[in-house]
Design a protein around this ligand. Sequence first.
Ligand code: 2HG
Ligand code: ZN
Length: 472
Amino acid sequence: MDADRAVTRLRDAVAAIVGDEHVLLDDDMRAGYETDWTGRYTGRASMVVRPATTDQVAAVVRHCDEHAIAIIPQGGNTGLVGAAVPRAHSTRPTIVLSMRRLDVIGRVDVDALQVTAGAGVTIAAWRASARAVGLDIPIDFAARDSATIGGAIATNAGGSRVLRYGTMRRQVVGVEAVLADGSVVGSLAGLPKETVGLDWPSLVAGTEGTMAIVTAARLRLVPLFEHVVTALVSMATIADAVTLVGLLRQRLGSLDAVEIVQQQALDLVAAHLGTAPPILPSAGGTIVLVECADHRDPSIDLSAVVDSAPGVLDTAVAIDPVQRAHLVQFRDRITEAIAAVAASTGVPTYKLDVAVPIRAVGELLDVAGRAADSDRAELIAFGHLAEGNLHLNYLRTTTPSTIAETVLGAVARLGGTISAEHGIGVAKTSWMHLVRSAADLDAQRALRRALDPNRILNPGVLEPVTPIAQVP
Ligand code: 2HG
Ligand code: ZN
């Protein structure tokens, strides 16, 4: 059958399931689904399919399985590792399965502190549903307005509240998911204790749509704290910043976030916003953002810890929501400021999301900085200090793979991980062997083969590339 006829047949089959208007064929209609947020990852799909229910997802997946059509599941398309857009050089018939129409959110269970949400519900909508009844969500990150529950589960998203509540994996009490053969598995009953074998949330969280496609989730909620204090603290050295994290964790039960913003990142946002930085520059280049939240004002306790910490050069503190938002934007809008540079230079930013044990953050920053210097690129470093999770953004780089070799090699030597919260996608498949053993990767492959024998679920993503040195 020629390619055009095959596409027409596929279109007819999926249109019968989701409706004509939810199958996007035209180049300009598909474009927004085919390139990722960074502009670095892009590929071509035969069509974008937009189901609205679990039954529709299951029927589309079953059809694709029978005809060996690759499926790229996509939520808000805010991913940064190329996992949710078509593969660049694939010749396989491929659909983007946009999950955004599965956006129904249930009534909050205020006794169990849980809610059921469709995979296409945004993080912001999840939060709004909780806040409407005086509760909150345990996860927060800058892409909250577009990122979806399904995507956050698939990448095991983290963000700023991980030190208090853990990553997305820990917030999922139950899932409903579609397997590669179109069968529906999981449970949304929300039982915090349930031990009857395989735990589907554990299998799907962080596996980037390769084991199953999440259609809905039962999610944890947490108390909403009336009092929030935000502080930006300019530190003499990175070692002082690490000491501060320890003190904050030991002494403050209200601790919600400890983020790191290197001076260059702060200056970049300030220039982007056209606003002066809110604190004096850091001699050692490190600014820490601290947030505490409680039912009573935690600002006195926070100030006491900051005042007792070594190497504090300057502090800006806010409790008023408007002033807090002013400080928070110097952390929250870094990605946006970086994207603006990439748009003006036409060179996509090279992003590495990594984590090391917190005591090794300084050493990693040194290695990362030297890698930038040797490429005459600019490094914008920031991230989640409490988890030793750095976002290393290289502007105007001409040698991304050399930088990756150097930085990811150092990360592995320092006992860290090549992906903390953005996932592997297609971006980091070549380095999975640095942090996982051959036996581990073989077991992952075997699981995947068993659940998806026709290799339709996100092929190319999370598939370890065997390094030459390990080939027998
Ligand atoms: C954040 O922490 C996100 O703001 C994005 O994980 C990080 O743009 C990035 O590199
Ligand atoms: Zn992050």
